[in-house]
Design a protein around this ligand. Structure first.
Ligand SMILES: [Zn+2]
Length: 541
């Protein structure tokens, strides 16, 4: 006999993502688990007086989305600080207006911290400089991070405070941009800006408020599980735990711990003896993370050949091969799942070499080493990823939101390699999808749209031979995400006994015109058997 009522969904197009890729009509949920999957006719027989019945009326029901790599811990803080992101900000002049407004309400000598600028969206494609910021806030410490998170522009007061001038050498793994006369422009890339990110880390109060916004957004777009890849700030991890216990975070968290430059949380974790997988289905310790190169959209990814317009610049590598080997081996030897941020061909190749070396020393059959982003991946790299059993975690959302910038900046051949969904899936590789929020927005539907159509926000096509099906894209955003954190046995597909993390869309994603996928909405989000979000009845179609 059942102890409590069920929630029963009927008349839907249920995309189960099970091993046979079945579709069915009805699902019931009892407690926090899926208790039945089948036809509407069978489900009707289960309806008791206490049960709640939801008529899907042909809409799609899917497993909850899993954003396999994002930075939700501080993503929400961007809008609470000097936000300079698109579409609000569309030129350097707009950036100046935002900074001027913050300067007017911030005491002199204090920080003005912001994020989000993206010169590829500006008519003149010009990056802001120290001199732009000096015009509007000469007496503050201004620090504005690009949307990619890999570089920041600062004003002259920050350069002076940090003793950065024309004689300062580039740090290892970083670059101080200089003008034709050798004068720093204010743009600090990779390891040149990382220490300042530490100094300007958001307060606990700001983090707390920001996470509330992100939680709300995740529920609205159907993200029921996410991996936080920041891995640098213990305040964030403490807050995850606190806010989960208070019910203020309603999605499941997997969190990485990283080592890069001054950040040593990964090594600190190794010392505790805790390992990947420690925790509960709500909050688990994930990867030991290393960072090998820069950003695809920002132009600091480590590539094999020079960038267009240069005869020598091939991007920025954060480490030497030996340093990466050492770090990967440290995590692997301790028993961690290891992941490395590698965007460009050179960085991916070096990462694969480190993985091969670590596994030769200590073989482990189900290591699930991950390459985060793996953005520019051609055939030979894809072959090695398959042979080694590595998981490339990639972002079709990049193509949608910043793909127009790729087209502006990169060689045709690089575009053919970008976000190689078909190339990877055809080799039988499991490919989780991610947004990298706040680099680009977290809504999975525009990302699925791009995976299927290969179109950017403006409608330009990138690598049409890499198109995948809607079902494949959904599998990458659900089950493969769970696989990426060793959780495919408990979530990621709609099967009896699995956790009831579900999403109802506003239409039938398999039957509508693919052009309309990006405009679908999430009508309902369920996590752990509880309905956490429901679009207002009058808005539902
Ligand atoms: Zn990231």
């Amino acid at each position: 006999m059942q102890q409590s009522a069920e929630i029963i969904f009927l008349n839907g197009n249920v995309i189960t993502v099970d091993s046979q890729d079945r579709q069915c009509e009805a699902v019931s949920v009892w407690g926090n688990r899926i208790s039945f999957v089948g036809t509407t006719q069978e489900a009707r027989k289960r309806i008791g007086p206490e049960d709640r019945v939801i008529d899907l009326a042909g809409r799609s029901l899917l497993p909850g989305f899993n954003d396999a790599h994002c930075h939700f811990g501080y993503a929400g803080t961007a809008k609470l600080q000097a936000f300079v992101g698109y579409p609000e900000v569309q030129s350097v002049e707009d950036i100046k207006k935002v900074v001027a407004a913050w300067a007017a309400k911030t005491p002199k000598g204090q920080w003005i911290v912001g994020r989000g600028w993206d010169e590829t969206k500006y008519p003149d494609r010009r990056r802001p400089t120290r001199w732009d910021l000096d015009e509007v806030a000469p007496d503050h410490l201004v620090f504005l991070t690009r949307t990619c998170g890999h570089m920041s522009v600062v004003n002259s007061k920050v350069l002076a405070a940090e003793s950065i001038d024309r004689n300062t050498l580039d740090p290892h793994g970083g670059m101080i941009e200089r003008d034709s006369k050798g004068e720093p422009t204010g743009l600090l890339l990779e390891h040149a800006h990382i220490p300042l990110r530490g100094k300007t880390a958001p307060s606990v109060d700001l983090l707390d408020k920001g996470m509330d916004t992100v939680n709300q957004e995740f529920m609205q777009v159907g993200i029921t599980s996410a991996t936080d890849m920041s891995g640098r700030n213990p305040n964030e991890i403490r807050l995850f735990q606190k806010k989960l216990s208070r019910g203020e975070i309603q999605f499941r968290i997997n969190y990485a711990v990283r080592n890069s430059g001054p950040v040593t949380l990964g090594t600190d974790y190794v010392k505790t003896g805790l390992l990947t997988g420690y925790g509960s289905p709500w909050m688990r310790l994930g990867c030991f993370k290393a960072q090998m190169d820069g950003s695809g959209s920002g132009g600091s990814a480590g590539m094999w050949t020079p960038y267009p317009g240069s005869d020598h610049y091939t991007g920025i590598l954060h480490m030497t091969q030996e340093e990466l080997d050492r770090l990967v081996f440290q995590g692997h030897e301790a028993g961690y799942q290891v992941c490395v941020h590698a965007v460009g061909t050179q960085a991916i190749e070096m990462t694969l070499l480190s993985f091969e070396r670590a596994l030769r020393k200590i073989p482990r059959p189900d290591h699930r080493f991950r390459i985060e982003h793996c953005t520019f991946c051609e055939d030979s790299l894809a072959d090695r990823i398959r042979d080694l059993g590595v998981i490339p975690v990639i972002g079709p959302a990049f193509l949608y939101w910043v793909g127009d910038g790729y087209i502006q900046k990169y060689h045709k051949q690089w575009l053919d390699w970008a976000v190689a969904t078909r190339r990877l899936l055809d080799r039988g590789i499991k490919v989780p999808f991610h947004s990298d929020l706040p680099v680009v927005p977290c809504n999975p539907l525009p990302a699925i749209y791009t995976a299927v159509t290969r179109k950017t926000e403006s409608g330009q096509e990138i690598g049409p031979d890499q198109k995948i099906t809607v079902k494949e894209a959904i599998r990458s955003y659900t089950l493969f995400g769970a696989y990426g954190s060793f959780e495919e046995d408990i979530k990621g597909s709609i099967e009896e006994g699995k956790l009831a993390d579900l999403v109802v869309l506003s239409g039938d994603i398999l039957r509508i015109d693919p052009e309309k996928i990006k405009d679908l909405r999430v009508d309902l989000t369920m996590v752990d058997g509880k309905i956490r979000y429901q679009r207002k009845a009058q808005e539902c179609t």
